[in-house]
Design a protein around this ligand. Sequence first.
Ligand SMILES: NC(=O)c1ccc[n+]([C@@H]2O[C@H](COP(=O)([O-])OP(=O)(O)OC[C@H]3O[C@@H](n4cnc5c(N)ncnc54)[C@H](O)[C@@H]3O)[C@@H](O)[C@H]2O)c1
Length: 393
Amino acid sequence: MLGSGFIARFYADTLHAQRRKDQIISVYSRDAANARRFAEDYRLARHDTDMEKTIAAENIDAVIIALPNHLHEEAVLACARLGKAVLCTKPLGRNAAEAKRMLEAVEQAGIFAGYLEDLCYTPKFLKSLSSVKAGALGRVLWTKSREAHPGPHSDWFWDKALSGGGAIIDLGCHCVEIGRNFIGKSVRPVEVMCWADTQVHPIEAEDHAIGLVRYENGAIGQFEVSWTFRGGMDLRDEVMGTEGTIWLNSFLRTGFDMFTTGKGAEYVAEKAESATGWLFPVGDEAHELGYPHMFSDMFDAIEEGRPPMETFYDGYVVNAILDAAFLSAKSKNWEKVILEDWRGDRQTSHEKSHISYNEQYYLIKKEILPNGDEKLILKEKTTGKVVQETKRK
Ligand SMILES: NC(=O)c1ccc[n+]([C@@H]2O[C@H](COP(=O)([O-])OP(=O)(O)OC[C@H]3O[C@@H](n4cnc5c(N)ncnc54)[C@H](O)[C@@H]3O)[C@@H](O)[C@H]2O)c1
């Protein structure tokens, strides 16, 4: 485990939970006391303040990168050099150029590389994705993914040079990848329109943004990200297709509501702002956030010699989309997604199939009115004229 902070602990809590078989052997932290504390808390055999030495150790099969964004590249390159399988937290890079260098390094070294995008592994997400892939929603037209909370927990997040940006890079990476999965990873993201602002905090980076990612097949992926939201961590997704809709609420409304006057106040959930009054705790936080399924997929993939569901290539595409979002927020125009390395479909058409009502008409809409009549809105195939027909009850 490289890093001993917030996400390293979530990962360790997940891996060492219940009766899981994958075990952390050692931890690297630049701070010796933190390394020791982490090793004690999770009963690890070793801890060190030397990153290369930790990666190079003989009995290590895989390295988990849980370091701040500006250290991902250095850590990935070290794993490639030392020939160790690598699992890197999100975002892969601070920008697409950085992510591409990491992708190329692991591919040239021939090592396993997984992108730890946990929110694409939550039980709700996995079930939704399987329904979407089975066609339950028809053709996906629009996705919306929202992550908003009162801001991150460490200094480096707030420093644009170290993090690569504010809420867009920190939270947008999740939202964009959620949308990509629903729309289809083989569909090329074409361009992005994004509004971003620094509404509250004294920082250079954006603390609030809304973006639209347009895909080649006509689908649109919306992301809403904020470090200014009050009231906890808001994680919601929506998918709208020609045959159906999905609404997901992954955190503030999981079906667990509790009221307390504050006696016995304890940890409630990530980014919860209060421990009194009406609260929205989360039963098994790691599970709701996707970590167990994510690590199962990663380690199964290593054993089965297949790529994981979330790869470094996915991380690179996400970074390229976010690069376009940053450009658009500045230019106030749609900006092209620059993908020097595109591995998906070469061309995807806008497949619009119209429903034929009879030889003469297309069916636009059918509705039962309050009086029980059925109203049909039709379009004449030859003239294009729109007409309506009412069938009395
Ligand atoms: N849902 C998720 O997947 C999720 C959630 C939170 C964070 N993250 C990601 O995990 C990474 C780490 O975030 P975090 O929340 O754990 O941050 P953190 O600040 O809690 O922990 C970062 C760790 O890196 C160490 N560190 C900081 N600067 C360093 C330096 N210059 N050299 C060596 N070590 C240094 C810190 O001491 C700490 O151990 C980030 O890339 C972040 O985006 C992912």
